[in-house]
Design a protein around this ligand. Structure first.
Ligand code: ZN
Ligand code: ZN
Length: 334
């Protein structure tokens, strides 16, 4: 959907509490698109049921869990370090081979092709929590009902809407990068590889087809489902629950949510991130575990990345919010 000038104008009047203009005109995408998205979202959960059924009494093997962990870490860091910190926000410069490797790893996370992912995320930063944001939990207003509906929209519902984010406008740099557009075109093949690898590894390690199938379920589909929901939780929960130690732009309600820090590889320090989007470290305070920043630091020591935007203590202090402000207009779940 190309945003009309009228809608852009209405956006200026946003008061921070009302439903977004046009929120009810939730145009559903084409049948094929809805069917595909539905399959991507639902099939991993069916797999979870099947996997638990199979595991009952027989157990899930250590091989399955190890493969699942390895693939979760590789694809997860591909999304956080590659798609997000490198390609969306340019918080460091990577050698060309590493840039491609990270884009490939992220693509295997089943979160859309790299160019579209970056375009949507840049649009989220451009319009955070106000009309124009592709996945704001405040879309339907800040009343309890609107807030719950908004959470569902921010987590998952937005994927089903026909609300195209033009890559020409939001990611022209990536469209001009032949290596990255090649990775984007290979997205379906990389998704297939992401599921084939655990199957083949499980088969090879156990020597049985059954071993390949349980690895496919645990390290393939279930691992994909977990990473998807953790990423979506940053979009939904990390704009509603948690604390806001840093100043952000008007209407931006991003939060830091510690329970998700490890699983999200540091991305749930989301208020820190929105406050300083190009910073390579999101967990900028003591004891804020940020494995993505740790990996970027390791790459830097190896000489594979340069120009890393590490946090600047003085800037951080300046961005620190005063005593916590109650947000009377917002429904808080704290
Ligand atoms: Zn956000
Ligand atoms: Zn971001």
């Amino acid at each position: 959907m190309i945003i009309s000038e009228q809608a852009a104008e209405r956006r200026q009047d946003y008061d921070g509490a009302s439903p977004f203009p046009g929120a009810e005109e939730h145009v559903t995408a084409s049948r094929v698109q809805v069917g595909l998205t539905g399959a991507i979202v639902v099939v991993p959960f069916i797999a979870l049921g099947v996997a638990i059924f199979l595991a009952w009494g027989q157990g899930v093997t250590l091989t399955d869990l190890l493969l699942a962990t390895i693939l979760y870490v590789v694809t997860g860091l591909g999304v956080t370090v590659g798609f997000h910190r490198l390609l969306t926000h340019a918080s460091f410069t990577a050698r060309p081979w590493l840039r491609v490797a990270l884009a490939v790893a992220g693509s295997m996370g089943f979160q859309g092709n790299v160019v579209d992912w970056v375009a949507v995320h840049r649009r989220h930063h451009a319009f955070t929590d106000r009309p124009g944001d592709p996945h704001s939990p405040y879309r339907y207003g800040t009343g309890l009902r609107g807030q719950l509906r908004g959470l569902a929209h921010a987590h998952l519902g937005w994927l089903f809407a026909d609300d195209q984010t033009p890559a020409e406008r939001y990611a022209p740099d990536l469209l001009a990068d032949p290596a990255i557009t090649r990775v984007a075109r290979a997205f379906p093949a990389l998704c297939a590889l992401s599921l084939a690898l655990p199957f083949l590894a499980g088969w090879a390690i156990t020597g049985t087809l059954y071993g390949g199938l349980t690895a496919f379920l645990w390290a393939g589909l279930i691992r994909v489902a977990l990473l998807q929901h953790v990423t979506w939780s940053v979009n939904s929960l990390c704009h509603v629950i948690g604390n806001r130690p840093f100043k952000t732009r008007r209407h931006d309600r991003s939060t830091n949510l510690w329970p998700l820090a490890l699983l999200s590889f540091g991305e749930s320090w989301h208020n820190g991130h929105h406050s300083e989007p190009s910073c390579a470290r999101h967990g900028v305070d003591r004891r804020q575990i940020d494995p993505s920043a740790g990996l970027i630091g390791l790459f830097e020591r190896l000489g594979w990345v340069s120009n890393v935007h590490w946090p600047d203590r003085e800037r951080i202090q300046r961005r620190r919010a005063g005593p916590p402000q109650p947000a009377p207009e917002a429904h808080r779940f704290e």
